[in-house]
Design a protein around this ligand. Sequence first.
Ligand code: FES
Ligand SMILES: [Fe+2]
Length: 362
Amino acid sequence: MWPKNCWYIAGFAQEVGQKLLARKLLNQAVILWRTAENKLVAMEDRCPHRLVPLSMGELVEDQVQCGYHGLRFNAQGACTHVPGQDNLPKAAQVKLFRVVERHALVWIWLGAAELADESLIPDMHWLDAPGWTPTTGYHHMKADYRLLTDNLLDLSHETYVHRETIGNSAVADSPVVTSVEGGLIVRAHREMPNIDPPPFFSLMLNHTGKINRWQIAVFMPPGMNMTDVGAHPVGTDREKAAIFRVLHLLTPETEHSTHYFWAVCRNFRLDDAPLGEGLKKAIIHTFDEDQRILEVQDRCLQEEGMPSIPQAAVKVDIAPVQGRRLLNDVIKREQENPSAVIRPLLMADDAKVAQPPAMAAE
Ligand code: FES
Ligand SMILES: [Fe+2]
């Protein structure tokens, strides 16, 4: 279950070049490529002749040549060449999808074509704005994308799942304050003052003494998640904290698999390449730990025939439950009104980055 009238991420911009990239998005088989003039193209990965995936063919003279009988299609999806004949069948037209490159990402619109509006692309400027250095990566998860959001909105699991990297007992022991904003954003905020640093934070801060740490999990449907992470040694200014904006950008592949595009954007040691490499290793390790749990969880839910989460709710479920509610609301809105679109809100405000965010009432 997912809404369609919104922008999804099809890939990182650097992944798409002058060769065919096949990707299934929302159960839709798509190929992505760039023309010689650097124009992005997204089309259905099906040849209109005999429905063979066009991704089994190749780019020839800036056109897609099917790997079965050699029909060619241009960037507009029109057939330009049929081997052995001069006339071109009009019905041989490949379906196109709107794609836009923004913030180093390729965004695709798979909903009603007439509703595609670039002003509806969520703001992810931390990927290419001055003052931030991103470290990016990708995990293919064999799990429902909603399980990933549940996981990201309840970070108490760091204590148990990520004890080798970002977790220790302080996470699960610290209370969370949850708020819902504009009917579209859930924020779950946890402050962890005067705690021992988990291994990842010792490495980042080059410090083994006590630290003050915070984390704010932010979710916006259908699959935009961010963790706003701050940490600084006790006795130093919060304004000087090391800040990470961790983007977890989810595009469902199928009901039980997800493209997980992630980026850890930092506001400190911007040009420190070895730090970026260490960070990448640590994050891959961390998200591998989530993957292990989430794939097993998805399988168990399927075995038990449960379409959703079991309802043995505990306090840390508040934010995930609110997130599911918002997601269900946008899906319902689209079902009732096929022209409804998701109009994104700002997920984090850089101007407030160093200030303690207001603790809203639970
Ligand atoms: S299936 Fe593509 S050319 Fe025949
Ligand atoms: Fe995790």
